[in-house]
Design a protein around this ligand. Structure first.
Ligand code: NAD
Ligand code: LMR
Length: 339
């Protein structure tokens, strides 16, 4: 038993132990000093399932780590220098790697306008993760998510360590927004509003399925649909040049990480919509798609079908597929041209 345990390292070791002892859950944040990174790191420090919090950024990660480390919860917090060895050390042994590194939008920009800057940032961080944390769950927050997730997949494939069950585009904010907006209309408690959102994470690729909620009458509510699909723009406009959603995103990222940790530690039936390597639309050339995914100790346990939807929602899915395909192909082509 002991010899077998000694043979395991890093994330594999943490997963092997965690089902019974709940120890050793290292979580790494790349881009930890940013608008999302700081509150996300704060929320992770407050999560008792996280035992080791590793913070990396090209600036100020040690400062953010020193600050957060004074919070009186048990986890150890370490900030790493912006060097290749700092990045490797931040990643080594991680069970979860969250990536909010990259630039945010300004008013008038689409998420795709971020591609030229963020594609290479995500590519380089993915290379480091593939080398130092090949078994980790990789949670991509950096936009455009529809393209950055395929970029990570291509890099991991190139290094021979791609595991489609461990790569996630974080679309939780769309679900969080949808439940909040519905609760405002219906005067309900948002925690009781479970709205499935499928597709991707930008504009028309964000498809809420109100027919599957307890308010099927909301299908066809154009104002609500627009608010869910363009909720990000609402924040970008309100911040007026100072960035995009950071605090609500930190909450959404922390929620998704918590769901993964719960599932890794043996809880059954943990389901979150997320953008993953998915069989659902592969016949139409769409390699990644967000739908409800059951999480487990190996990452993706089961990808749910979309299920029954209305003809109106089907039109939204069709529009989503057309855009999503282009976004995914753009990410794949980027890595082919800029390996
Ligand atoms: P920000 O500019 O406040 O922070 C980004 C951080 O990334 C900065 O601290 C920066 O130093 C760091 N960074 C840049 N290059 C890096 C590198 N190579 N390695 C490590 N760190 C690096 O931006 P933000 O508001 O935190 O947003 C970050 C990203 O998240 C944006 O692309 C934004 O569009 C995206 N976002 C996604 C969602 C979502 O739902 N998935 C929601 C909100 C924002
Ligand atoms: C969001 O949905 O808030 C993020 O994707 C950030 C953005 O650019 O809108």
């Amino acid at each position: 038993m002991f010899a077998a345990r000694r043979a395991l390292t890093g994330a594999a070791q943490s997963r092997a132990f965690s089902a019974s002892t709940r120890d050793l859950s290292k979580v790494t944040v790349l881009g930890a000093a940013g608008g999302i990174g700081q509150p996300l790191s704060l929320l992770l420090k407050l999560n008792p399932r996280v035992t080791d919090l590793a913070l990396y950024d090209i600036r100020m990660a040690p400062g953010v780590a020193a600050d957060i480390s004074h919070i009186n919860t048990k986890s150890k917090v370490t900030g790493y220098d912006p060097t290749p060895s700092g990045l490797a050390a931040a990643l080594k042994g991680a069970e979860i790697v969250l990536i909010p590194a990259g630039v945010p939008r300004k008013p008038g920009m689409t998420r795709d306008d971020l591609f030229n800057t963020n594609a290479s940032i995500v590519r380089d961080l993915a290379k480091a993760a593939a080398e130092s944390a090949p078994d980790a769950n990789i949670l991509v927050i950096s936009n455009p998510v529809n393209s950055t997730v395929p970029i990570v997949a291509e890099i991991f494939k190139g290094k021979g360590v791609y595991n489609p069950k461990r790569l996630f585009g974080v679309t939780t904010l769309d679900v969080v927004r949808a439940s909040r907006f519905v609760s405002e209309i219906k005067k309900t408690d948002p925690k009781d509003e479970n709205i499935t959102v499928v597709g991707g994470h930008s504009g028309v690729t964000i498809v809420p399925l109100f027919s599957q909620s307890s308010h099927p009458d909301l299908v066809g509510n154009a104002e609500l649909l627009n608010r869910v699909q363009f909720g990000g723009d609402e924040v970008v406009k309100a911040k007026d040049g100072a960035g995009s959603a950071t605090l609500s995103m930190a909450m959404a990222g922390a929620r998704f990480a918590e769901s993964l940790l719960r599932a890794a530690q043996g809880e059954k039936g943990v389901v979150e919509p997320t953008f993953v390597d998915s069989p659902l639309f592969k016949d139409q050339g769409v390699e990644f798609f967000a739908s409800k995914v059951e999480l487990g100790p190996s990452g993706v346990e089961k990808i749910h079908e979309i299920g029954k939807i209305t003809a109106e929602e089907q039109k939204l899915v069709d529009a989503c597929i057309a855009d999503l395909k282009k976004n995914i192909e753009k990410g794949v082509a980027f890595v082919a041209q800029n390996p």
